[in-house]
Design a protein around this ligand. Structure first.
Ligand code: AMP
Ligand code: MG
Length: 332
């Protein structure tokens, strides 16, 4: 079985003109199961990048399902665990987002993501009977967060913050950089990009949205300032079996990789954690439902790329999207 993991999900375009005007420091680490690129400008750049790295490693240790001692591993192993305040808040937020997204953002999909082999890397296609059994333990309604304790209502339940943690971590790492005195920087954790301020020359950051059918090229570039751009895409993590591609974003209604006609969803929003949850849920929703959600909810903008290659942006990006291809603009 062939396993393919797409590498960088959004490309940060650091234009050569901005380097040299102000001290720049960049570093690449591997954390939260993805490549993390951190860049800061200013005299404190090196200290700031080190602080951001420490923050990301700290959150990885709290939430990784791959760490036996993480808060999430304790919850999943024992069904009840005393957790850090930050974990309690993020689990509560994730449960709220379940309601907000009509049940599509669901941290209780863990047993299903596991059955497809996305944690172990031993990918397989579960049979319908197995999926049906697992779907019975993916209702997060009974999960409680109280007095620093997270409790799962059933023995076979387990949770995974993978659809939200990188967004949260990008903002936390950006805050660590700001606390170190940084006013200009850019962070990328897999498909989660966070822009601090502007480029050192005062112009907005320019963040590329990858073409899902050719990840070496971009469908366009978004201008950004003090906000996040988070992409969920079928191309980011998948395997192929008997000519069929199976990706990592699970439709909680079917237990199967979602098949909504979208190839990627990019959410642009100040709240990086929410942008991460939305990108996952809106990918499953499909184009029309995602645009209705945008109209009803507000507070964010979208770049939608369909499997056909068609690109749609929402109205608020009209003046800050530099396209490389034809696109439509969705109105409020
Ligand atoms: P993202 O890359 O942010 O779209 O999140 C995808 C990751 O979140 C997957 O690798 C799983 O770990 C997890 N996941 C998959 N399906 C869902 C879902 N429906 N709701 C919440 N998390 C999910
Ligand atoms: Mg997400």
């Amino acid at each position: 079985m062939k396993s393919l993991i797409a590498s960088a999900l959004l490309l940060c375009l650091l234009l050569s003109g901005c380097v040299g005007r102000s001290a720049e420091y960049s570093n690449r680490i591997y954390s939260m199961d993805t490549v993390v690129d951190l860049t800061a400008f200013g005299p404190e750049a090196k200290t700031a990048v080190a602080a951001a790295e420490a923050e990301i490693y700290r959150l990885e240790a709290l939430w990784s399902v791959g760490y036996a001692d993480s808060d999430i591993s304790h919850i999943n192993r024992d069904g009840i665990a005393s957790v850090s305040e930050e974990t309690a808040v993020l689990v509560s937020d994730a449960l709220e987002l379940y309601g907000e997204t009509g049940g599509l953002f669901n941290i209780a999909v863990y047993p299903i993501v596991d059955a497809w082999g996305f944690y172990s890397g031993e990918h397989r296609v579960p049979d319908p009977g197995e999926l049906e059994t697992l779907l019975a333990v993916t209702d997060p309604a009974g999960i409680t967060v109280k007095n620093g304790m997270v409790t799962l209502p059933e023995a076979n339940m387990a949770i995974d913050l993978g659809g939200i943690a990188k967004g949260y971590a990008s903002a936390a790492a950006a805050d660590a950089m700001r606390a170190a005195g940084i006013r200009s920087g850019i962070l990328s954790l897999g498909g989660n990009v966070y822009a601090i301020g502007t480029k050192p020359d005062g112009t907005p950051w320019r963040v590329g949205v990858q073409d899902p059918s050719d990840t070496a090229s971009l469908v366009g570039i978004i201008s950004m300032e003090d906000e996040a751009a988070v992409t969920s895409g079928a191309y980011q993590r998948f395997f192929e079996e008997n000519g069929v591609i199976y990706h990592h974003i699970i439709d909680p209604r079917t237990g199967r990789p979602s098949d909504s006609g979208l190839a990627s969803v990019t959410v642009v929003m100040a709240d990086a954690m929410r942008a991460d949850a939305y990108s996952t849920a809106l990918f499953i929703m499909g184009k029309e439902a995602a645009l209705s959600f945008w109209r009803e909810t507000g507070g964010f903008e979208l770049v939608l790329v369909e499997a056909s290659g068609a690109v749609t942006i929402t109205d608020g990006l009209r003046d800050r999207f530099s396209p490389n291809t034809a696109f439509e603009v969705a109105k409020r």
